[in-house]
Ligand binder design. Structure first.
Ligand code: ADP
Length: 194
């Protein structure tokens, strides 16, 4: 199995690149943001709870997020590997993911962190908000809050994987194919080993 975490601030291009990487390497793409939006769209109890947090740019509680992620992984026993997008977003989530994969005799092979300056990202998110219908992309105060949460709670996840030399920084500025090329260059050698 090849198990990758695509990491980076809101609007850094994780979803776009994860979709392409999943196809290229035959991985199951799991986006916790998409899973929450699916629950919200179906007005489930989980969706109702998640919406309260997402609308404010806060993280959903770890127990809820981890349970949802685990259920999704377990629905894919045939997977040749996973690409996690928007997860883990806290060190507690990272530890839970490590435990889950260890229980499957697997591990995280690499965390790939897309680096994009905050100014560029705010513009991208507001632009996305015009067409995506995502209310959390239409309000600058919510966007600013998501950055603050990223700095405080999510960026330590990079250091957590850096301790085991699994964290890699990727320049996330440029065209979509250029950035994809940079990611593929990091992943190819891992693919040989996995
Ligand atoms: P983006 O990366 O552009 O902010 P996402 O679609 O990944 O967008 O996430 C949207 C929202 O969903 C987050 O702001 C948060 O409220 C919630 N969410 C997504 N993933 C997680 C997670 N792993 N833990 C907690 N909340 C999450």
């Amino acid at each position: 199995m090849l198990n990758l975490i695509l990491f980076g601030p809101p609007g850094s291009g994780k979803g776009t690149q994860a979709t392409k990487l999943a196809e290229q390497f035959g991985l199951v793409h799991i986006s916790t943001g998409d899973l929450f939006r699916y629950e919200i769209g179906n007005d489930t109890p989980l969706g109702k709870e998640a919406k309260r947090y997402m609308d404010q740019g806060q993280l959903c509680p770890d127990t809820v997020t981890i349970g949802m992620l685990r259920a999704k992984v377990e629905r894919h026993p045939e997977a040749g590997g996973f690409i996690f997008d928007g997860f883990p977003r806290t060190v507690a989530q990272a530890k839970a993911l490590d435990r889950l994969l260890t229980g499957m005799n697997e591990q995280v092979d690499a965390l790939l962190a897309l680096e994009v300056p905050e100014d560029e990202i705010t513009g991208r998110l507001l632009e996305r908000g015009k067409t995506s219908g995502r209310s959390d992309d239409q309000d600058e105060a919510i966007i600013r809050n998501r950055f603050a949460v990223y700095q405080a709670e999510t960026s330590p996840v990079y250091d957590y994987y850096d301790k085991s030399a699994k964290a890699n920084r990727i320049d996330g500025v440029g065209s979509i194919p250029d950035i994809l090329g940079r990611l593929v260059a990091e992943i190819e050698p891992l693919k040989q080993l996995s």
